[in-house]
Design a protein around this ligand. Structure first.
Ligand code: ZN
Ligand code: ZN
Length: 406
C-alpha cells in the first residue's frame, strides 16, 4: 500500500478519497501526514516573491520607476484585488448582489489576474471555509492550523486532494456562463491578463520590462499577500464584536489593506451582506464600488442584513462578555440576574424601536398621506431610539464592564 502511495499519483488520490469517505480517522492522518508538494504553486510563489523582494527594489534604486509605472501598479492592485473581493468573494461566493454581464466579465478577468485559480475553484474552497470554519480537517485554510498554514501553507501541498475537482457546492455558478467561460479558459485569461496587460502598458510607455516588473510581478505579490491576510491575519488579529463562535476578527487597519475585507467577524456571521464594513465611515471600497455600480444599474439586489439582527448579535456578545467578566466577582450571584434583567429590557425596547422604524419606513416608501400617523410615528421612533441609547449606557456603566464596545 505504501509502495502504491509513493509511486502512483492516481492510486494515491484513490486512497485518500477512500480514507476520507470512510472517515478512517486513523488512516487519514497517516495518509495526509505529508501530502505531496504542489511544485507549480511553490515555484510561482518563490519566483514572484524573489522578483518582488529583490529585483524590483534593485531596479528602483539603480534605474527608478516613472510615474506611469507607479500609477499603473496602484490601479492594477485595486483592479485585480477588488475583482477578488467584489467578484470572487461577494458576488460569486456569497451571492450578496447581482451584476450584469459586462461587470461579471471584467471581474472574471481581474480575478484571473491575481492568479488565485478560477472562480469555480476559489468559490468552492471559500464556501467550505465558511461552512466548516476553523475545522482543521475540512476548512481548507483553517486559521487554527496557524498563521503560515492559513496564509500560504495550504496552497503548497495537496492537503485536500480528495475534493480538488468536486464543485458540487457551486452548482448555481455552473449556470453562469461567465464563470464557466473563465473556468474553461482560465490559463489563457490568466496569462494574457498578467503578462499581456502590463506588456501593452509598458509598450505604450516605452519600457516593457519596467512595467512588467512593477505592474506585473510586484503588483501580483502585493495582491497575493493582502488577500491572503484575509484568511490568516483577519482570523488572528482584531476584535470580535458579533460572535466568538469562530476565529474571525474585525480590524480597521487590515480593512484598509484588504479593500474592506478586514471586517471579517461581521462577514462570518452575516456572510450574505454585500457590505463588510457596515458603518458609513468604515473603509470598505468594495462596498462603495458595488453600491456605486447600482446607481447606474450595473449591479442590483444588494443584500443587507436587517439592522435589528446585527444589533441583537452585538448585544448578545456584550452580555456574554459582561457575564464572563462579572462571574468571578464575590457577589456574582446577585449581579448576574440583574444584568440579565437589564439585557432583556434592552432587547424588548430594541424590538419596539425597530417595529416602529419598520412601520415608519413603510409609510415613507408607499408615500401614504397619513401625515398625522407619520408625525406621531416619527416622534415615537426618535424617543424610543433615545431611550434605548440611554438604557444601553446605563447597562454598561452600572456594572463598569470593561470591554471594548463595538
Ligand atoms: Zn474567514
Ligand atoms: Zn466569505
Amino acid at each position: 500500500m505504501l509502495f502504491i502511495y509513493r509511486n502512483s499519483l492516481l492510486n494515491r488520490r484513490l486512497l485518500v478519497k477512500l480514507a476520507y469517505k470512510c472517515k478512517l480517522n486513523k488512516v487519514t492522518p497517516f495518509v495526509m501526514k505529508k501530502p505531496r508538494l504542489i511544485i507549480t504553486n511553490v515555484l510561482v510563489f518563490v519566483i514572484t516573491g524573489l522578483v518582488a523582494l529583490f529585483l524590483v527594489p534593485y531596479v528602483a534604486i539603480t534605474q527608478g520607476f516613472d510615474s506611469a509605472e507607479i500609477i499603473a501598479c496602484i490601479v492594477l492592485v485595486y483592479f485585480s484585488g477588488m475583482s477578488i473581493t467584489a467578484g470572487y468573494h461577494r458576488l460569486w461566493a456569497h451571492k450578496a448582489y447581482e451584476a450584469n454581464t459586462f461587470v461579471r466579465v471584467v471581474l472574471a478577468i481581474g480575478g484571473a489576474m491575481t492568479l488565485q485559480n478560477s472562480i469555480l475553484h476559489w468559490v468552492s474552497d471559500h464556501r467550505i471555509h465558511h461552512r466548516h470554519v476553523d475545522d482543521n480537517e475540512r476548512d481548507p485554510y483553517s486559521a487554527k492550523r496557524g498563521f503560515w498554514y492559513s496564509h500560504m501553507g495550504w496552497m503548497l501541498r495537496e492537503y485536500q486532494i480528495h475534493r480538488y475537482s468536486d464543485y458540487s457546492n457551486c452548482r448555481d455558478l455552473q449556470k453562469d456562463k461567465v464563470v464557466v467561460w473563465q473556468h474553461k479558459y482560465y490559463l489563457p485569461i490568466m496569462l494574457i491578463s498578467n503578462f499581456g496587460i502590463p506588456t501593452l502598458l509598458g509598450w505604450l510607455n516605452g519600457d516593457v520590462l519596467g512595467m512588467l516588473l512593477l505592474a506585473g510581478f510586484f503588483r501580483l505579490v502585493v495582491v497575493h499577500h493582502v488577500t491572503f491576510f484575509i484568511n490568516s491575519l483577519a482570523h488572528i488579529w482584531g476584535r470580535q464584536p458579533y460572535t466568538d463562535n469562530n476565529t474571525a476578527r474585525d480590524n480597521d487597519i487590515l480593512a484598509f489593506f484588504t479593500f474592506g475585507e478586514g471586517y471579517h467577524n461581521y462577514h462570518h456571521i452575516f456572510e450574505y451582506d454585500y457590505r463588510n464594513g457596515i458603518k458609513w465611515w468604515q473603509f470598505d471600497p468594495t462596498k462603495w464600488l458595488i453600491r456605486g455600480l447600482s446607481f447606474i444599474g450595473w449591479t442590483k439586489n444588494l443584500r443587507r442584513c436587517p439592522e435589528e439582527r446585527i444589533e441583537k448579535a452585538k448585544m448578545a456578545m456584550q452580555l456574554q462578555r459582561a457575564q464572563q467578566h462579572l462571574s468571578v466577582l464575590p457577589n456574582a450571584d446577585e449581579i448576574l440576574p440583574r444584568l440579565q434583567q437589564e439585557y432583556d429590557q434592552i432587547l424588548h425596547k430594541m424590538a419596539e424601536m425597530y417595529a416602529t422604524k419598520k412601520r415608519l419606513m413603510e409609510i415613507r416608501k408607499h408615500k401614504i398621506k397619513r401625515n398625522y400617523e407619520k408625525l406621531e410615528l416619527d416622534f415615537k421612533y426618535r424617543e424610543l431610539k433615545y431611550n434605548l441609547e440611554l438604557h444601553k449606557q446605563k447597562w454598561l456603566q452600572l456594572y463598569q464592564v470593561k470591554y471594548q464596545l463595538a
